[in-house]
Write a protein that binds this ligand. Structure first.
Ligand code: SF4
Length: 546
């Protein structure tokens, strides 16, 4: 089987989804190849010759190799200015890569002037006109090459299972012949799986699918990933891709894939990821960032605004002892500079295990603000264990808003947690959400007050405007309207019960919130494009101040 992670997503760490699938297949003796088409495709586009007329683009193109090297060099991360210049210049080269075909590209962006990833007809159109995709010149060569490799690997695996033939080959001292018919008619079924997680991947994923359908009509195409899971949880979902995609998979793909390949009782729910065949030293980062999920779903699973709650995704943790064993094995094997815990919220049990048995590598991830972090000694222990940054979903500085959205956070606790993290030297990446049904300008101003009061303890800020999940409970409680013109949109517009609509929220953010000196200073800390994925590399200076 060939597993593909398509463009475009931030190319700073390997894709955990296909690494996990590869781990599951290989653990059951099934051979597979993995392709990070995102990284390879972006690097290919960056190095292609381009015609430009403006000075910035000319300079960016001339320096692209040096800038890529700079993002792989730890010394660049000593200066946010130097780093930002390199990122913006690389982004510029992508921006001017495909102007003729109407695609605006970036390191985390793929926008087509006519086609939308929210419309199934547009995705099908992208599959039909795959030659127009900016990555086509790369994938028309690379996909056949990888498929050849995959079929070869499958055949080799079939031969190694064919013990009679193996003994015969060994006895004759002959080199194994990998002709298909040698397996007595037991022909491999070629399978190709695409992992689609972000909107910015959707159009290119379908272009690649269109290409495979045309060039390899016998190939079975499987499509899964976070975005596909969300589509399939939409109310009244009907598959619009029949005929193009053979099977859509919602949720973790390991079980369904193994079943498809004939494995009835998969050994475990969360197999260890296998990064062995991914180019772990080629990513745009100052060393290898090791992504690891200690769970799927969320152990809290109550926040009213959250897609995890709305989609009713079950919480499935990896047992803590196993997670620690896997992390230690992966760290020993891959020697990362940073571990990225991908959990929606790292469980208190896994966090305690990390504190008590340090990985001896810096790590970061999402944590819930709770009583555990009220203990300063525990925060100090976390810091000693390598915790450099915690991402915290605070959402609001108003207790009433937090309670209405069932966030389960008490503002006094949040205040103490932020102070403890600061004293311990752990950076806090705080996520805020504006425009929820319970908020008005008054509550939004309380959020501003909270941020100003804790300005010394908040290292990074992420500001978002509320989108109402289409399949959430709230969608039935408010007057709703079409939000985006597309049958695949995951959100619905709604009439705010107190008139605090998106336009007013945006004005408040732009004219008041972001203009406050305390907020604007925090926002300036954010690494462009890569944001939280690279933020941990910029924590050191601030930690010394703490
Ligand atoms: S804690 Fe985070 S992931 Fe969990 S339900 Fe709330 S917002 Fe969603």
């Amino acid at each position: 089987m060939l597993l593909i992670f398509p463009p475009v997503a931030k190319p700073c760490e390997p894709p955990a989804g296909i690494a996990k699938l590869a781990g599951a297949l290989r653990a059951h003796g099934i051979s597979c190849c993995v392709l990070d088409a995102n990284l390879e495709g972006l690097l290919h586009l960056l190095q292609e010759p381009k015609t430009v007329s403006d000075t910035w683009s000319r300079r960016a193109i001339k320096n692209v190799a040096a800038n890529i090297a700079a993002l792989r060099d730890p010394r660049t991360y000593r200066s946010l200015d130097r780093y930002s210049r390199a990122v913006k210049d690389i982004n510029r080269v992508l921006e001017v890569s495909d102007r003729d075909n109407g695609v605006a590209l970036g390191l985390a962006d793929y926008q087509h002037q006519n086609l939308s990833p929210l419309r199934s007809n547009d995705l099908i159109a992208s599959a039909e006109r795959f030659e127009k995709d900016p990555f086509y010149p790369w994938f028309k060569k690379r996909l056949p090459e990888m498929m050849g490799k995959t079929v070869f690997a499958q055949r080799r695996a079939l031969h190694s299972r064919c013990s009679t033939r193996n003994r015969w080959v060994q006895a004759k001292g002959r080199k194994e012949n990998l002709e298909e018919e040698d397996c007595g008619g037991d022909k491999p079924i070629p399978l190709i799986g695409f992992s689609l997680n972000y909107l910015s991947q959707a159009l290119c994923t379908f272009a690649m699918i269109g290409f495979v359908r045309k060039e390899f009509p016998g190939m079975k195409i499987i499509l899964g990933g976070g975005l596909v899971t969300s589509w399939m949880k939409r109310p009244g979902w009907k598959n619009p891709f029949a005929g193009l995609v053979d099977r859509l998979i919602a949720g973790p793909g390991e079980g369904p894939l193994l079943e498809l390949l004939g494995v009835k009782d998969a050994k475990q729910k969360h197999p260890a990821p296998d990064y062995g065949s991914l180019p772990i030293h080629d990513y745009l980062a100052p060393g290898f960032i090791l992504p690891y999920s200690g769970s799927s779903g969320c152990y809290w699973n109550k926040c009213s605004f959250c897609p995890e709650t709305a989609e009713q995704n079950p919480y499935v943790p990896v047992p803590v002892d196993r997670a620690m064993d896997e992390l230690n094995t992966l760290v020993a094997k891959t020697r990362p500079v940073l571990v990225h815990l991908l959990d929606n919220a790292v469980s208190p049990a896994l966090m305690r295990a990390l504190a008590e048995k340090p990985l001896e590598v810096p790590w970061y991830g999402f944590a819930r603000i709770g009583k555990e972090l009220m203990d300063l000694d525990y925060c100090m222990q976390l810091k000693r264990s390598g915790c450099v940054m915690l991402k915290l979903g605070l959402e609001s500085g108003d207790q009433g808003v937090l309670d209405t959205m069932q966030k389960g956070i008490d503002l006094e606790t949040a205040s103490q947690v932020l102070k403890n993290l600061r004293r311990a030297g752990i950076a806090a990446y705080v996520y805020l959400l504006f425009g929820t049904p319970a908020e008005t300008m008054t509550e939004a101003r309380k959020t501003l007050e909270f941020v100003v009061k804790h300005r010394e303890a908040i290292t990074f800020l992420n500001l978002a405007i509320f989108n109402m999940p289409l399949c959430g409970k709230e969608a039935g409680e408010y007057e709703t309207e079409e939000f985006y013109d597309g049958d695949l949109s995951l959100y619905t517009g709604f009439t705010h019960p107190r008139g605090w609509d998106r336009k007013l929220v945006r004005l408040f953010l732009d004219r008041e919130f972001k203009r406050h000196n305390a907020v604007s200073l925090i926002l300036k800390n954010e690494p462009p494009v890569f944001t939280s994925n690279h933020a941990a590399f910029f924590c050191h200076g601030r930690q010394e101040k703490c």
